[in-house]
Design a protein around this ligand. Structure first.
Ligand SMILES: [Zn+2]
Length: 261
């Protein structure tokens, strides 16, 4: 298999320390010696990711793994209820943040995440999902593009969007700085990039170690803390505002608005 040999995706430094307790099989998790960013050092090249590690396949493997390993996040009835509540809250949040503006969903899947009256746009790598998303979005005045995220972002004009969603996405992206920089360019001044990523700084990660729900090999390639996300966002020209500041230590996810100044 053709594997990458990554430099730090945040600051570009080469030197790193291995983090053996979070590495698994031949997947190496490491920490940048210069800025402290935690990342998967040797993910498969993009082509292999599409062919061998398509999301649907790794999902199945992960589900099996999780069934056999106890975590603090066993999906009980209460958790399912909370997740439904969260989805509803998220739709409300997007309406509040973006009004009836143009909003791009990176990795938009079926294109159903953006509530009305937003004008939905999407980028999707899976052809089947893209076709369905595009049909849904065109009916509401937007459209989807079938491309990898960086390429898709580059196809939009400067200052075009009121908002961009990177929801459960940046942890998969081998070039997160490029994506943040392109998102910054495509947003209007004052526009918001909404980010949701697993929270490597959570207490749960420290308690459950290698069993933490945020580890997914090899398709989670970046492991953000609030500080490392802020660091990257600042260099791309954003100001970071957490939407879950009060429970950030016990939340397995970081949810943040990155505001274009
Ligand atoms: Zn670094």
């Amino acid at each position: 298999m053709d594997l990458m040999d990554r430099h730090c995706p945040s600051c570009g430094a080469r030197d790193h320390f291995n983090v053996p307790q979070h590495s698994r099989d031949h997947w190496k998790v490491c920490k940048c010696a210069a800025c402290g960013f935690v990342y998967l050092q040797n993910p498969p090249h993009y082509e292999a990711l599409v062919e061998d590690f398509a999301w649907e396949k790794t999902q199945k493997v992960e589900k099996k793994r999780r069934k056999t390993e106890a975590t603090l996040r066993d999906v009980d009835r209460l958790t399912r209820w909370r997740m439904r509540l969260f989805r509803r809250d998220e739709a409300t949040l997007f309406r509040e943040l973006f009004g009836n503006g143009r909003v791009l969903d990176i990795g938009c899947g079926l294109g159903a995440r953006l509530p009305e009256p937003l004008i939905p746009y999407g980028i999707e790598i899976s052809r089947g999902l893209y076709e369905q998303a595009n049909a849904v979005m065109q009916e509401r005045g937007g459209y989807a593009v079938h491309a990898p995220a960086t390429e898709g972002l580059k196809s939009f004009d400067d200052d075009f969007f009121d908002g961009i969603l990177a929801r459960s996405y940046l942890e998969h992206e081998t070039e997160p700085m490029t994506v943040l920089t392109e998102a910054h360019r495509a947003l209007k001044p004052g526009g918001i990039l909404y980010v949701r990523v697993p929270n490597y700084g959570s207490i749960n990660r420290r308690l459950t170690g290698g069993q933490w729900c945020g580890f997914r090999y090899p398709d989670h390639v970046n492991y953000f803390t609030v500080d490392s996300l802020k660091d990257m966002a600042t260099r791309a020209g954003f100001e970071l505002r957490l939407t879950n500041p009060l429970n950030i230590l016990v939340d397995d996810n970081i949810k943040a608005c990155l505001v274009k100044g």
